[in-house]
Design a protein around this ligand. Sequence first.
Ligand code: CA
Ligand code: CA
Length: 285
Amino acid sequence: MTKRLLLPIALLVAGNAWAQTATFNGQTIDDKVSIGYGVASGDVDGDGKPDILLADKKEIVWYKNPGKKDGAWTRYVIAKDLTEQDNVCIAARDIDGDGKVEVAVGAGWNPSETKDLKKSGAVFYMVAPEDRTTPWEAVRLHHEVTIHRMQWVKTADGPFQLAVLPLHGEGNTGGNGAGVKLIIFDVPENRKGIWPYSLIETNMHMTHNFQPMEIPGRMAGLSIAGKEGVQVFLNGADGWAASGNWMVPERGVGGDPNRKSREKAVVHCHHRTYARHRSGSVYQR
Ligand SMILES: [Ca+2]
Ligand SMILES: [Ca+2]
């Protein structure tokens, strides 16, 4: 083997070694979290440093970035006891460019109740007070049953929308029945007023999660993961709709973490079980 060949191989081996070296150090910032269903990050107080926001069981809180190593992350309560049931999700993003995030939350977590809107699901926009370390005002928005995930999405032509995804369609049993309806809210000028919304038929079930896909000036999309796989939804001339383009076809994605082993997330669907290892490999059992 010539020297010319040896050098690239040496670099390749070294590159692999670097790629596997973790560079993060864990730090506990709160050891009294009840459940912590939803977490987000963003600059809450506008000091230029990203903070952490948490939708815990009964409280919505944020932790102020101390800006120095080993400094304490001070915890502030945004809201408590929004609904009888648990909080479940939170979205935080600066949608008006003032350097501070806007916050929406989902509550009323009751996944087994798919019929009664009063007992399942809730969506709130949180109005920030002048001093963001004091409690915020909750504005209740439209909801469907089993509200589960939410994200702020930047549309191709500029304005932000709030996308909210339930886990089940209305009246579903065992992940069967009507498709899950994605809720898309427009942000009104008066955020304490009426939030217009549209319901987008996904024809999907057990929609465990979704992720915005944005190309500024070109496209706003979402990938939605559920029992049927992962499908791309696009915001076209007629609004949001399923694209029919599946990133993962015919294979359930999402599901409950395997609590005995955090190496794996396991989903049960179509009478088969899949396990996803951290390496990204998918195994069928
Ligand atoms: Ca901050
Ligand atoms: Ca803002």
